[in-house]
Design a protein around this ligand. Structure first.
Ligand code: NI
Ligand code: MN
Length: 221
């Protein structure tokens, strides 16, 4: 399986299926995505992004799924703690400590709750934390689902910063951590190199810093 970071929280998983998470896509990268399935962690516009425009099969919390279905988009609604299989890909929806309003054209509506996903594709499990604070039940995500890779926000202000993300990485126990949701704007400035050095000095976890548009291969264990 190949994982491509498209900037901010947007990640493309490519294998037997292509899954695009949080399609807030910077212009230059739109062309490389032709997802089979879109997954949205929560209603904020920097995560919903191009979800409506893409109009693909979309996995999201029930409130967002209903919102999308009203727009004619084939959505698969679920909720925190549940697991579904869509076209052979498993989606477990995980807790996130964050707010969840849906925003569109200055009008808001209830987006249910913010969430994350553990996505199982081709024998690899990827945990996308969404926007979240640190919470100790991340240990359960590690114990129950054993993700190979964890995508963790490190930008602070709206989510964990680097010191909380270090503890999150320890709780989850994935071998590889990829920092996301940082340096998109000045308000979420973070130093991924310092994060990498600090985590790798104290643990066996490896931090992979990707440039927007950059990919890495992830092998099944
Ligand atoms: Ni958010
Ligand atoms: Mn966000």
């Amino acid at each position: 399986m190949q994982l491509t970071w498209l900037g901010h929280s947007c990640v493309l998983l490519s294998g037997t299926k292509k899954i695009l998470v949080d399609p807030f896509i910077e212009g230059a990268h739109v062309a490389i995505t032709d997802p089979d399935i879109v997954a949205v962690t929560h209603g904020h516009e920097d995560h919903m992004g191009e979800t409506v425009a893409l109009a693909k099969k979309t996995v999201a919390i029930t409130e967002i799924a209903k919102y999308l279905m009203a727009k004619g988009i084939p959505a698969e609604g679920m909720n925190i703690g549940g697991t579904i299989t869509v076209d052979g890909v498993t989606f477990t929806m995980t807790q996130a400590l964050h707010s969840a309003w849906i925003e569109e054209a200055g009008i808001g509506c209830n987006g249910g709750a913010a969430a994350g996903f553990v996505i199982g594709l081709d024998g690899v499990k990827v945990y996308h934390a969404g926007d979240t604070a640190l919470f100790s039940d991340m240990k359960l995500i590690g114990e129950l689902y054993h993700p190979d890779v964890a995508l963790l926000p490190i930008g602070g202000r709206y989510t964990m910063g680097t010191s909380e993300a270090m503890m999150a990485a320890n709780f989850i126990g994935a071998k590889t951590v990829i920092p996301i949701h940082y340096n998109t704007w000045d308000k979420i400035k973070a130093d991924p190199v310092r994060f990498k050095k600090a985590l790798e000095r104290t643990t066996d976890i490896r931090v992979k810093i990707l440039k927007p548009g950059e990919s890495m291969k992830i092998e099944a264990e």
